[in-house]
Design a binder for this molecule. Structure first.
Ligand code: URP
Ligand code: ZN
Ligand code: ZN
Length: 468
């Protein structure tokens, strides 16, 4: 099937240009001057012409951090399945997600990866990849990293938080980083000082301070900054690139800047919730509303937002991902009497592109930067480029036709995520997906879902082209 996307403005990391895009099968075949005779003639022979007048034509979004059907505890599994979460992602203009296979204490890396493939296989509406989250670092699991990379899982997440579950001490982290350096893989870090945080959490609970706000008060940003500093120091010693996930605070950003100024390959991702939502307005609410806003790191106060937007403009923050991990009310309410029992995480997989485009409209970032942080740079950092993350001949035809003027309101009544709450309830955004192609197949067609579970394929990733 050949498709011509006619009359739109193609947006790349260098700006917007009027151009027609020709898709042949699963790939982009050509980008044409709309006034050329070639553009005229291709249009007449195409199987389908999409009128993109007044719209942007974007490389599909790459969400480098999602948790679909993640069993966080025996009583709490994140609400979106691979089927519902990837469909919701497409509704929001994302055409590739990277989830996690998770190796917990006492389990084998191989089993974790096979189980995750079994969860996702045949379910996804868009392409997907995996990172490996390692919760048990020892000789055998370090040895397995090489085989994991050969299967296209080229990035590894470690945890300075969650003692007793995913946490690794500095010695283990250093060993994992040394191994990653040998293999040329990417180290991702959940950077919060979990040991100190657990002391604060237990002290708060012992004093009867069990409301949702105490989740935030016991995870101060200073302990995020401290962990980023320590992670960067270990990465420097090991000689590995480092990617800080879900960075939430000015303190943490300061430490990323410090490491980058030393010349280190330290990159960081923030998430829409840390750019827009606050501790006071969202977490400091009784009952369900406060519990819904519990995520780790926690929401911060307004003073951090301006710094994070600034960090995005200056490339100190390289990526915006969602850390999509929502739980339905019945599971969030497990923490009704004690915030420590609430599963951490909230949902944004559908809203990332619109929230960040709203940042463009409000002058926080430029149009080219929007595409860079939501699509091109995550593709590059995680070994998907130039297959994904760019509109160029030969690249996968993962393309979004985006109406920059459409205004809409986010919330449970209109979203497609499989969750009965939303931290984004009532938030107004500017910009909306009109049509989405995944490898040349329509997933959203003029705001009608036309995708199917099983279209999305597992993507074997290379290593980043940004530091090889
Ligand atoms: O609260 C969060 N972030 N939940 C997902 C798990 C993680 O640490 O990324
Ligand atoms: Zn994390
Ligand atoms: Zn996460």
């Amino acid at each position: 099937m050949t498709i011509v996307i006619r009359g739109g403005s193609v947006v790349s990391t260098s700006g917007a240009t009027p151009a027609d895009v020709v898709v042949d099968g699963e790939r982009i075949a050509a980008i044409l001057d709309p006034d050329s005779t070639m553009a005229e003639s291709v249009q007449t022979s195409a199987d389908r012409v999409i009128d993109a007048s007044g719209c942007y034509v974007l490389p599909g979004g790459v969400d480098a951090h999602v948790h679909l059907e993640l069993e966080m505890t025996p009583d709490a599994t994140s609400a979106d399945t691979f089927a519902t979460g990837t469909a919701a992602a497409a509704w929001g203009g994302t055409t590739t997600v990277i989830d996690f296979a998770g190796q917990t204490a006492g389990t084998h890396v191989r089993d974790a990866i096979e189980a995750r493939h079994a969860d996702a296989d045949g379910q996804c509406a868009i392409d997907y990849g995996f990172h490996l989250a390692m919760g048990d670092i020892h000789d055998a699991s370090l040895a397995e990293m090489e085989a994991v990379m050969q299967e296209g899982i080229t990035s590894f997440k470690y945890f300075m938080a969650y003692p007793g579950a995913w946490y690794s001490d500095d010695g283990k982290l250093l060993r994992a980083m040394q191994r990653a350096a040998e293999l040329g893989s990417m180290v991702m870090m959940h950077a919060e000082n979990g040991i100190a945080i657990d002391v604060l959490r237990d002290q708060a609970a012992a004093a009867g301070q069990t409301a949702p706000i105490w989740h935030g008060r016991t995870r101060p940003s200073r302990l995020e900054g401290e962990a980023v500093h320590r992670a960067a120091a270990l990465a420097e010693i090991a000689g590995t690139p480092l990617y800080i996930v879900h960075l939430s605070s000015s303190d943490a950003l300061d430490q990323v800047r410090f490491a980058r100024d030393r010349g280190q390959n330290v990159f960081a991702e923030t998430c829409p919730q840390y750019l827009y939502l606050t501790l006071d307005e969202h977490l400091d609410q009784p009952g369900r509303d406060g519990l819904t806003a519990i995520c780790s790191p926690p929401l911060r106060d307004h003073t951090h937002h301006a710094d994070l937007w600034h960090g995005l403009r200056r490339d100190e923050l390289a990526v915006v991902a969602t850390d999509h991990c929502p739980f339905c009310d019945n599971e969030k309410l497990l923490g009704a009497d004690d915030f420590r029992a609430t599963p951490n995480g909230l949902g944004s997989i559908e809203h990332r592109m619109d929230l960040l485009h709203t940042g463009v409209v409000e002058g926080e970032i430029g149009l080219a930067r929007w595409v860079e942080v939501c699509s091109t740079t995550p593709a590059r950092l995680f070994g998907l480029y130039p297959r994904k993350g760019v509109i160029a001949p030969g690249s996968d035809a993962d393309i979004v036709v985006y109406d920059p003027a459409a205004q809409h309101t986010l919330g449970v009544a209109s979203h497609h995520m499989n969750v009965d709450n939303s931290v984004w309830e009532g938030v107004q955004v500017t910009g909306q997906v009109r049509t989405v192609l995944s490898r040349g197949s329509f997933v959203i067609d003029e705001r009608t879902f036309s995708g199917r579970a099983g279209h999305g394929r597992f993507v074997e990733r290379q290593v980043s082209d940004l530091f090889v």
